[in-house]
Design a protein around this ligand. Sequence first.
Ligand SMILES: [Zn+2]
Length: 259
Amino acid sequence: MIQIDLMELADIGNPKLIAEEIIKGNKDLILPIPIEEIAKVVGIKEINFLSNIEFEGALLANAGKTQGIIACNAKANDERKRFTIAHELGHFLIPTHSHNITCISSSISYENRKTFINKEQEANCFASNILVPQYFLKEELKKIKYFDLEDVCNLRKKFFVSYEAFIRALVNCCNEPMAFIFAENQIIKFFVCSEDFPYLSIRPKNKLPIKLEFTQNHEIQETIERDCDFWLSHRISSPLYEQNMIINKKYSITMLTLD
Ligand SMILES: [Zn+2]
């Protein structure tokens, strides 16, 4: 049974703190976070999955935001639908946000900064922190001795979010220096690094500095030690470890860790 004190929530303006307040009262939840149930408990009467819409998600609520309806793009994959619902729920729960909002796909993505440029980022921050709460992630990480991409896969499924959302949350939460490089057809799309990770020499839109063999649809390769010249702009004294994962014969995620 989900317990949420709506009076308590109404006094919190910060998106991350709103998510944390909800989690604080529900530490016995079983993953993945039941986002639709949480939405219903706080006043969302319906979540409608619509096919022919120009936007990714929308919130339609009464002026006092005590009741509302969420619309979500039916064509999105399940992880994306969960993120969109959480994002719209963010608009519903953050006191300064409008009661009627439509949101396009490009404005809905993982976010965890402390200051925000716009309301979309605030809703994204709420979504990120409610779907991968630090409390639950830390509990899961405690169970793992040697963390690798196999664990990333398992935990991403457990939290039921995209690789990007999970990995960004992981890098935010974890104390180990690590970097993840996302590529498509061996071209770097973007990378995510922990604050203390050495400076990478790679750039988005460039080719990966390593050659990946795409033999299977989904494959997690062995961790290897790699000369840091491949990835880093400066030499470091500790060894650099690299592990690669291939997804759908097209995408790859590279995890870099230090000793
Ligand atoms: Zn939005």
